[in-house]
Design a protein around this ligand. Structure first.
Ligand code: SAH
Length: 683
């Protein structure tokens, strides 16, 4: 069987579907899975172990045999805990075949072959009876099927089915219950990931404001959760408007319903402000008494308790459909609605009782403006970055003349409007996707006749599209919706090459160049997602390590991967280094661009990997970075989505500067035929 995998192709701007080997998906999934991260989560593991021991003990005390059903066993960890705690038999169910195979090996290696039966099925396919997968219904239900949003991985339907068909009435459940908490906040930073702010442009003929289409202003967005490492969000970036309140809880030891429902709580605003965002997280009680609790609350909720870093569970940011000004002491109703897999929120002011009793049902949000479907949250943030916009304005002002004929090539960009306001005589726009958004922008700003949208691919551009004019200024952010890695936006260079015959001989290309930058770093925590586990709570899980390693060796996984690095602090071990430049004033060359060099390590630490980002040189002395923004005290602050990390397969420790391997060698190659950048590092 073959699988098709989408990959951005920077030479065409398209996402192409490549046929890959049947193992491809598996390797991708394993290499980039959260399994290692979960096994490194000491807090989670010890609490599960305590909860499982207590559950087995309670069942044994009743004089019953302890029969465990472990749904989503992964490595078999929770079943091994149960067996070690004295369970009589465990059914360990795992739907993902490579994991189920690994679980069989791990269970065997740890000597639990007689106690644990691994079943490679989805739990809803399990049969019970003398000839079934399970001989009897279980009396202990153990699972770890939770994502950051709690229910996003399908925990509710799985529990609903298990209670109906796979476990006994009155069974023990580990975890016993989950509770979801919320807190209302105002945050310009987080709100900027969901709404486009008006852009102010100081032009020669006075200040202009670029407004968003009203569809966009009033759009409720999409219900997909925004999960982030909230612990990296400084408290100065949000204003708390309410106390932390319990939104809802689920008792896993009783029948669970997955059907859509709503929950409502009353809040009191503790400060005046703009209610924009609901922050949310959960905890799970491993036992009925609530003594064994595993929480993913952010730092300000339990400031004294020990902190566990984890990436498989983070915290949720929910955007309210529209911002609501609130007064201190004002009573508010917050409604959480959920279907089987996701949650969304609505805020109402408490007026008369009558009104509030009515209509608590909230429809799942549907994006009407398209922007929430086409732009991810970091893209919204980028467009709202005033400093960045200012750099574009400054550089456009230096290059635009009254008679400039401008062509913008970028997706969903405000550049055409900026270019027009800054005085270009004629502005054309060409983009890969997103015809709808710029059209609506033109309408909202009454510029339909000023900005012409060309519906042709760059290679099919004709002089009639340009009304027989030649382009004197070619601009791009560049940004394309299909980009996954920083250099995928080099599509701008290919498009520029394709339209070369339509440019004047002294055309200005903005940005005039791009450069790829790199830095060797030590991550505070992110290294965990790639680090072998060895043993976990005394169980040998090296089979899992080998499996991940094997998948990492697979071609694709050796590439850099995107990570929003503001969420993952790291220490710079080298200075940032420019490794390749791409001159947009010229067309794409025929030959490869390559570099082989070394970068000096200037600080001691563990070299976990190289981080890479692009900088765009808009005009002389004006650049914007998609990555490194500022370095202070060796800690690196990074911005935006277009950050890639190349993890080194072996870590080098340099304790002292004197015994340092003092440099990292690298070879980086840009192939103009594929638009891809290959890299290799030697420690
Ligand atoms: N229990 C392990 C792994 C948890 S990850 C541990 O705690 O370390 C969750 C696993 O559940 C994944 O491997 C996923 O493939 C599997 N899974 C999710 N829903 C399932 C279902 N309904 N039936 C079988 N496996 C499921």
């Amino acid at each position: 069987m073959k699988t098709f995998c989408g990959r951005a192709n920077p030479t065409t701007g398209a996402v192409e579907w490549l046929e890959e080997d049947e193992d491809y998906d598996y390797h991708q999934e394993i290499a980039r899975s959260r399994y290692a991260d979960m096994l490194h989560d000491k807090d989670r593991n010890t609490k599960y172990y305590q909860g499982i021991r207590a559950a087995v003990h309670r069942v044994k005390e009743r004089g019953e045999k302890a029969i465990v059903l472990d749904i989503g066993t992964g490595t078999g960890l929770l079943s091994m805990m149960a067996a070690a705690a004295g369970a009589d038999f465990c059914y360990a169910v795992e739907v993902f075949r490579p994991m189920a195979n690994a679980a069989v090996k791990i269970v065997e290696k740890n000597g639990f072959r007689d106690k644990i039966k691994v079943i490679n099925k989805h739990s809803t396919e399990i049969t019970v009876g003398p000839d079934g997968d399970m001989q009897y219904r279980a009396n202990i239900l153990v699972t770890e099927l939770f994502d950051t949003e709690l229910i996003g991985e399908g925990a509710l339907p799985t529990y609903e089915h298990a209670h109906k068909y796979l476990v006994q009435e009155g069974c023990e459940a580990v975890p016993h219950r989950a509770t979801v908490y919320v807190q209302l906040v105002e945050s310009r930073r987080m709100w900027s990931w969901n709404k486009l702010f008006p852009v102010r442009v100081k032009a020669e003929d006075g200040e202009k404001i670029i407004v968003s289409p009203s569809e966009m202003e009033n759009c409720p967005g999409v219900p997909s959760v925004c999960d982030i490492q909230l612990n990296q969000m400084p408290s100065s970036d949000f204003i708390v408007l309410s106390d932390v309140v319990t939104m809802f809880s689920v008792d896993f030891s009783k029948p669970v319903r997955s059907a859509s429902t709503c929950y409502r709580v009353q809040l009191e605003a503790v400060k005046p402000g703009k209610a924009q965002i609901v922050l949310s997280w959960w905890d799970i009680d491993m036992d009925p008494s609530g003594m064994i609790k595993c929480t993913i609350a952010p730092y300000w909720v339990n400031p004294t308790s020990a902190f566990q870093w984890r990436d498989h569970w983070m915290q949720c940011v929910y955007f309210l459909p529209c911002e609501e000004p609130v007064l201190q002491g004002e009573k508010l109703y917050l409604t959480a609605c959920r279907d089987a897999y996701c949650v969304w929120y609505k805020l109402q002011k408490a007026r008369g009782e009558e009104e509030n009793k009515a209509d608590v049902h909230v429809e799942s949000p549907v994006c009407r403006c398209q922007a929430h479907l086409l732009w991810n949250r970091p893209r919204f943030g980028e467009l709202n970055d005033q400093n960045r916009t200012h750099q574009y304005i400054k550089s456009l002002m230096t290059v635009l003349k009254k008679d400039s004929v401008c062509l913008c090539i970028s997706d969903g960009s405000l550049l055409p409007v900026l270019t027009h306001y800054l005085g270009a005589k004629q502005v054309y726009l060409m983009q890969y996707l997103e015809e709808y958004i710029p059209l609506e922008f033109c309408k909202a700003n009454h510029l339909e006749d000023k900005i012409k949208i060309i519906e042709a691919r760059p290679e099919l551009l004709t002089s009639s599209h340009l009304e027989d004019k030649k382009i004197s200024v070619l601009v791009g952010e560049p940004f394309f919706t299909t980009s996954l890695l920083p250099w995928h936006n080099l599509y701008f260079w290919y498009a520029r090459t394709a339209v070369a015959t339509h440019l004047t001989s002294n055309v200005t290309v903005l940005p005039q160049a791009a450069s790829l930058h790199m830095m060797i770093v030590e991550f505070q925590d992110l290294w965990r997602i790639r680090s072998p586990c060895g043993t976990c709570e005394g169980f040998d899980v090296r089979t899992m390590d080998d499996m991940i390693n094997n998948s990492l060796k697979f071609r694709e996984s050796k590439e850099a991967e995107p990570h929003p690095l503001w969420e993952y602090p790291c220490k710079a071990l080298s200075d940032p280094q420019e490794v390749l430049t791409f001159d947009f004033r010229k067309t794409v060359p025929q030959q490869c661009l390559s570099t082989e060099d070394s970068v000096n390590l200037v600080r001691k630490g563990e070299s976990h990997g190289a981080v890479l980002w692009m900088e765009y040189h808009l005009a002389a002395d004006i650049s914007v970075s998609t990555g490194l923004m500022q370095m202070s005290n060796e800690k690196v602050f990074l911005q935006c989505n277009l950050f890639s990390v190349y993890f080194f397969s072996s870590v080098i420790e340099s304790e002292t500067l004197s015994d340092l391997p003092s440099a990292v060698m690298y070879a980086i190659n840009f192939d103009p035929k594929t638009g891809e950048i290959a890299m290799d590092f030697k420690l």
